[in-house]
Design a binder for this molecule. Structure first.
Ligand code: NAD
Ligand code: GLY
Length: 370
């Protein structure tokens, strides 16, 4: 497997994604080679700080950078306007200047929050994304979307602010709790489905090793999925076209999370259900074959994402699906895949949607979905 950095084109001029085991100890050298200022503001959460801040801060100090650090509470609640205000005030008190840099050390919450603060502090400061969850390494740290949540919904205040670099060390994933690991795996399966038959085959072969988090398989999965995301956002930075495909499985997935109550069904299980749902609808709407549906189902299961048995009200699920950002004029639009590496976005008429969601909400005798 190659260790060459992945490259992303962006309006900022582009950046590299260093995705390889052990690269965490090189954060100092990498960031030091990019910043002209002498200081870095490391933003993390309390869990990640205890696990990795010493190594990262040591590496930054070793590159002669002055390090100021702040850790927020772990979890989505920190992706708030209030926390962003606190981080910005702290940056000012810590004497961070316009030539300095922000290092976002953590999962997607820290990446989105610190990225948003970097976008707004002094009208824009360089940010290095150092993702420590699987989801962040293969998805959220790449592509420049930053945001905080508002009372009215997730990611309602945000900015496109491409990082100057992404440093993703798959070895960090050994300490991830199982739920977070599986959330990332759902994104990895999504990436393979959208990418190519080669990526799906690689994942099928690696699924047992991934279930045990074997380091070689983990590093391959991160590179495959991060590489896919890097290509997609290079092609479509602002989500005017192909970036929409990254929502595969997320229209129903987000609706499940919302209707079940956030935190009740994990993001990974919800997205896995969304992928299964989209796969079976693709048979009806775009003539994909049943084998492709079965193959996606089997891959998800092999990756530790079994079918869910939670019972939800179909009307509320449809209402939540209509709130998806891809909807147009109240009509739900779904990403559908006809074969590995092949996808399209289709508007789904109300009757077909109601039928499909009803079927999905009807538990089989074993408590699983039909
Ligand atoms: P997260 O950042 O909340 O991290 C999950 C948990 O794992 C946290 O408790 C964290 O402390 C812990 N953790 C992180 N790294 C760890 C490690 N190596 N070992 C042990 N524990 C660790 O969640 P997430 O799933 O990484 O990110 C979710 C967020 O990402 C959401 O807010 C979502 O909206 C956002 N997101 C953004 C984009 C984007 O393009 N910007 C894309 C997808 C998701
Ligand atoms: N995770 C979807 C995107 O980055 O566009």
């Amino acid at each position: 497997m190659t260790d060459t950095p992945l490259s992303v084109s962006a309006s900022s001029g582009g950046y590299l994604v260093h995705a390889r085991p052990g690269v965490l100890d090189e954060v100092g050298a990498i960031v030091g080679s990019l910043t002209v200022g002498g200081a870095v503001a490391v933003v993390s959460d309390l869990t990640v700080r205890d696990l990795y801040a010493e190594r990262v801060e040591g590496s930054l100090a070793g590159a002669n950078l002055r390090v100021a650090s702040l850790s927020v509470d772990p979890g989505e609640r920190s992706k708030s306007w209030e926390t962003a205000g606190r981080v910005l005030e702290w940056m000012s008190e810590a004497g961070i200047g316009r030539d300095d840099a922000v290092v976002a050390l953590g999962g997607g919450v820290v990446g989105d929050l610190a990225g948003f603060c970097a976008a707004t502090y002094m009208r824009g400061l360089m940010v290095a994304q150092v993702p420590t969850t699987l989801l962040a390494q293969v998805d959220s740290a790449i592509g420049g979307k930053t945001a905080v949540d508002l009372a009215g919904g997730k990611n309602l205040a945000g900015a496109f602010w491409p990082p100057a670099v992404v440093v993703a060390d798959p070895e960090c994933l050994a300490t991830l709790p199982d739920t977070e690991w599986r959330s990332g795996l759902a994104e990895v399966v999504k990436s393979a489905v959208l990418d190519s038959d080669e990526a799906v085959r690689m994942l099928e072969a690696d699924a047992p090793a991934l279930a045990e988090r074997r380091s070689d398989a983990v590093a391959r999965a991160v590179r495959m999925a991060a590489g896919h995301k890097a290509r997609v956002v290079s092609d479509d930075e602002r989500e005017g076209g192909s970036r929409e495909s990254l929502n595969y499985g997320h229209t129903l997935g987000h609706a499940i999370e919302r209707v079940a109550g956030y935190g009740t069904v994990s993001h990974g299980i919800a997205v896995a259900e969304g992928i299964r749902f989209a796969a079976s609808l693709a048979e009806r709407l775009i003539g994909s074959d049943r084998e492709w549906t079965a193959r996606q189902d089997a891959l998800l299961t092999a990756c530790g994402l079994p079918r869910s048995g939670c019972a939800l009200d179909p009307g509320r699920v449809i209402e939540a699906m209509r709130a998806d950002k891809k909807s147009r004029g109240g009509q739900v639009r779904l990403v559908l895949s006809s074969a590995p590496g092949m996808w399209e976005v289709r508007a789904v008429d109300d009757a077909t949607l109601a039928d499909a969601v009803d079927a999905w909400c009807r538990p089989q005798e074993d408590g699983r979905r039909s």
